[in-house]
Write a protein of this length. Structure first.
Ligand SMILES: [Zn+2]
Length: 411
């Protein structure tokens, strides 16, 4: 992995180039970017052929260990790594600890290791087992073992422990990676911990940056993936800003959070380069379709306009519509006219409403296609808007769409 900053924006955030070289060649990417969210090694609800129907699919497939770690012996026996095993050999494979959309039980980590959860229940990973799993999977990038089981409620003692443990794990992993033939070309992503303590964040950032890591994953703000809106708390933004100061410019900074386009812009302006695409998946699971308008000024006529006068429907915001709503029974337009995705080109809201109503799996296939298409399009738009120096305008527009009308969106 190689990362270079192309431009630092006056309004915050940076545009960069990320490249990954393997025996198959070099993959060049631009930041800000998102990774492809996966479940059990594939894009949720989609076959490889269906995935190809989506535009601008990220080059990096993010695979969390919870659902796949217990299969590492099979993958080892297969002998060609997780990319081939999951028919994603053309992707950069990035293994992380936890699924951003799944609740994680708290209090299960200790100095001996970290717990992950899959279908078979809890699996405790100590550094040795962790590296055994990574060697079987042979990822292009992998997160170092870390204790991110912290949030705003944690006291100083717990935060100190999280940082210490994570650094100890990192030292063990660096040592084992140096001795591993299989992982010698894999990039190691160090985790930054410290909850809401500026002091511990600073220590974690400085100490991690002093070790041979290729990028940083910032976590430990949200114990158990509680889905709180981190941006509702000014302190989160202060702590994140302070953390960034101590990270070197020439390595990417990542956050694996379930974030709407508006939250992504806010995190990008604070210095995050690489994001998850877990957000569109969470919408899909609820029967929601992403309808945020990224153009300046907004021009599209999303299907939500058909709901005018239905403001009592709290399940719909300006970012998405709830296709379970019975008002879509007779809506014969696509989710988002002009979207260009396979779903919008071929199906009406009425049909999607019917599929959801009858619990047909096709509903989730078609919604995944649309929601991924729109979310991936957002990142292209975010880069373009950054180049045009119009991030504040886009942030304001999205904030208005969310109904926030917040005064504090322009910094
Ligand atoms: Zn669409």
């Amino acid at each position: 992995m190689k990362y270079t900053v192309e431009a630092v924006l006056a309004s915050g955030g940076r545009l960069g180039k990320l490249s990954q070289t393997s025996t198959a060649g070099t993959i060049a990417m631009e930041t800000p970017m998102c990774t492809l969210f996966t479940k059990g090694g594939s894009a949720p609800h989609l076959s490889a052929a269906m995935l190809q129907r989506i535009s601008q699919v990220p080059e990096v497939a993010c695979m969390s260990l919870g659902s796949i770690a217990s299969h590492h012996e099979n993958v080892r026996e297969f002998g060609k790594g997780l990319g081939e095993f999951s028919a994603m050999k053309d992707k950069v494979i990035f293994t992380t600890l936890h699924d951003a959309t799944a609740a994680v039980a708290s209090g299960k980590n200790d100095k001996g290791g970290v717990a992950v959860w899959g279908k078979g229940g809890k699996m405790k990973l100590d550094p040795q087992l962790y590296m055994k799993v990574q060697e079987a999977f042979c990822p292009d990038w992998f997160q170092a073992l870390s204790d991110g089981d912290t949030d705003k409620t944690c006291g100083k003692k717990r935060l100190l422990k999280a940082v210490d443990r994570t650094l100890d794990f990192l030292d063990d992993i660096v040592e084992m990676k140096n001795e591993s033939e299989v992982l010698k070309t894999s990039s190691l992503i160090g985790a930054i911990e410290g909850g809401y303590s500026v002091e511990e964040r600073r220590r974690s950032a400085k100490e991690t940056a002093a070790r041979p890591v290729d990028g940083f994953l910032i976590e430990g703000f949200e114990k158990g993936h509680s889905s709180v809106d981190l941006f509702a708390d000014e302190e989160f933004m202060t702590v994140l800003t302070e953390t960034m100061v101590h990270l070197p410019d020439d390595k990417p900074r990542m956050m694996d959070a379930v974030w709407s386009p508006l939250q992504v812009i806010r995190a990008f302006r604070l210095g995050i380069d690489v994001f998850s695409s877990a957000y569109p998946h969470t919408l899909t699971e609820k029967g929601f379709a992403l309808t945020a308008d990224y153009s300046l000024p907004p021009t599209s006529q999303p299907a939500k306009l058909e709901l005018e006068g239905s403001k009592e429907n709290s399940a719909s915001s300006g970012f998405y519509v709830d296709l379970n709503d019975k008002r879509f029974f007779e809506s014969f337009s696509p989710i988002l006219p002009g979207c260009g995705c396979y779903t919008c080109a071929n199906f009406t809201c009425s049909y999607l409403h019917h599929l959801l109503n009858t619990s047909e799996l096709l509903a989730y296939v078609l919604l995944t296609i649309h929601n991924f298409e729109q979310y991936f399009k957002f990142f292209a738009r975010l880069r373009e808007t950054g180049r045009q120096d119009k991030l504040s305008e886009l942030e304001q527009s999205l904030a208005r769409q969310e109904g926030g009308q917040r005064e504090d969106v322009v910094r």
